[in-house]
Design a protein around this ligand. Structure first.
Ligand SMILES: *Cc1c(COP(=O)(O)O)cnc(C)c1O
Length: 506
């Protein structure tokens, strides 16, 4: 299988090259030249297999330049019992006879980003080796919270890699900051940037565009790369869990092989839901793919009207990982829905770049609406859902999953559709404890309490144990105290990765 750019200006390359490069030189995203179709026997066999075996099957379709052994090594290095606290890796929780929640947050950082970022470093190091890259890989990340920690945890002590994460000094939660500055590993570095997320992000972009710096690093045997969510190596592992969920539903006799399901995804950058789209194209019968947004409802408008418009107010919500106005992975969907019309896609992306909006044609819109349905929920509705679901079903939703819940309820009411439905749950409720506790107990109950005290309060009230990854944070030693101005980020990278006493003294 070959990969090409969604903008059409770059030659076909192997999977290993697509993973190594991350983004195409013409600004496009790498896309497979066809979507493989699972044999009915594959799905039948999967019912009796564990997650890892299913992952090997699905990924081998797309990584045909990897040996079976290489894929197996990647899969077992990522999805194992040291990293994941649930044997099923991505278990289903049944709410009622047609609603199932797929918990994608049993990895080391308690959010679904682990599903991809635990395996990406292994895919990346194999890809580098297969394409005769001799040096080490240096990953740079700017994070507004979750991605940074998930990337650190994924790359921790992976031979042949180094990672530097920049987080904005203003703008990450107390727990998110703790998670990063206590990160262990001989190859990981963390620095606070004076400023907000945009400062950190633009600083990293500037480093990626600095040709002199890139060649200086190359002389020292380092190749810069990104763990960004547009890398094919992040998308591919996400296809696996939707197929796995379908196999689980069949295995537990909730459905028969061939029956349709709905999938609901709380969406930001459009990566997670796009993976469900690929799963449907691979033969998983998905009736409706439901795209749930928060007040940043650019995708709701797009799926309803075909008009994508980022010229709108940006809202900070209680589901911060979905506070996004440019959903980069949508480009891959457009590529598929236009029948690989790279010229059209390129034009829309240019419109987005120049005027902040684009309009797709009627034929493309109809194809999208045939599969997708979209809506959004406000913070108030999201809070109410957390409380109601706890009281009615004794199940604790995080703020992102609660957005999906609200949107699914509305869909079910409006459509009367009784198709069995999987709701993708993207984070542990303890990861967003202040908002979840406020939903259950009211704001007054949290007065004067810090985030760690709120964790305890939430655990006592619900009787659910605080996940170990968060519980241990308060006691962990702080290993990273570097801070930098936006203008000094490049120097900071050099000092961190080549310095004598790098972590604390920059
Ligand atoms: C990243 C993230 C999302 C959004 O996923 P996309 O792939 O960007 O659409 C939703 N919920 C949580 C908790 C996340 O971390």
């Amino acid at each position: 299988m070959k990969y090409q750019s969604s903008r059409g200006e770059y030659k076909s390359i192997s999977a290993a090259n697509a993973v190594k490069m991350g983004i195409a030189p013409d600004g496009g995203l790498f896309v497979p030249d066809f979507i493989p179709f699972l044999k009915p026997q594959d799905i039948a066999d999967m019912q009796h297999q564990d997650y890892q075996t299913r992952a090997c099957t699905v990924m081998s379709y797309y990584l045909d330049d990897f040996t079976a052994n290489e894929i197996t090594n990647c899969v077992y290095s990522a999805y194992n019992h040291a990293a994941f606290d649930h044997a099923a890796i991505a278990p289903l929780h049944q709410i009622d006879n047609k609603t199932f929640i797929q918990e994608l947050w049993h990895g080391p950082t308690l959010a679904f980003k682990d599903m991809a970022l635990q395996i990406l470093p292994h895919l990346l190091t194999y890809s580098a080796r297969k394409t005769n890259e001799s040096g080490e890989i240096l990953i740079l990340v700017a994070t507004s919270g979750d991605t940074g920690k998930a990337a650190l945890a994924g790359f921790q002590d992976v031979p042949g890699t180094k990672i530097v994460v920049f987080y904005p000094r203003e703008g990450v939660s107390q727990i998110q900051k703790r998670q990063m500055i206590t990160q262990e590993g001989s190859n990981v570095f963390v620095a606070a940037v004076e400023g907000n997320f945009d400062d950190a992000q633009s600083g990293v972009k500037q480093i990626f565009a600095d040709q002199q710096f890139i060649s200086d690093l190359a002389q020292k045997g380092l190749r810069m790369s990104s763990a960004n969510s547009i890398n094919w190596g992040r998308l591919l592992p996400q296809i696996v869990y939707y197929i796995s969920a379908y196999a689980d539903l069949c295995a537990d006799n909730h459905i028969k092989a061939g029956d349709s399901i709905n999938v609901v995804v709380p969406t930001g950058n459009f990566g997670n839901i796009l993976a469900a789209f690929y799963a449907s194209r691979m033969g998983i019968p998905i009736h409706k793919l439901i795209c749930a947004s928060n007040a940043n409802n650019v995708l709701t408008e797009f799926i309803r009207s075909g008009h994508y418009d980022r010229n709108r107010e940006f809202h900070r919500t209680i589901s911060p990982s979905m506070d996004i106005l440019i959903s980069s992975n949508l480009e891959r969907l457009l590529y598929e829905m236009t029948g690989h019309d790279a010229e059209k896609v390129g034009q829309w992306m240019e419109d987005l770049n120049n005027q902040g909006s684009y309009q797709v044609d009627e034929a493309v819109l109809q194809k999208i609406q045939h599969l997708f349905w979209a809506d959004y929920s406000s913070d108030r509705e999201t809070m109410d859902a957390i409380k109601q679901v706890w009281e009615k079903h004794h199940y604790l939703l995080d703020t992102h999953t609660a957005v999906a819940w609200c949107v699914y309820r509305r869909y079910a009411e409006l459509s009367g559709d009784l198709t069995p439905t999987i709701i993708a749950s993207t984070a542990s409720p303890f990861k967003f404890a202040p908002s979840v506790a406020e939903a259950l107990l009211g704001a007054d109950a949290l007065q004067g309490k810090n985030e760690f005290e709120i964790l305890t309060l939430l655990s006592q009230y619900t009787g659910i144990e605080i996940p170990a990854a968060i519980r241990e944070l308060e006691q962990k030693p702080i290993l990273h105290q570097t801070s930098t101005s936006r203008d000094d980020m490049k120097t900071t990278v050099t000092k961190l990765i080549f310095g004598d006493c790098p972590r604390k003294s920059v």
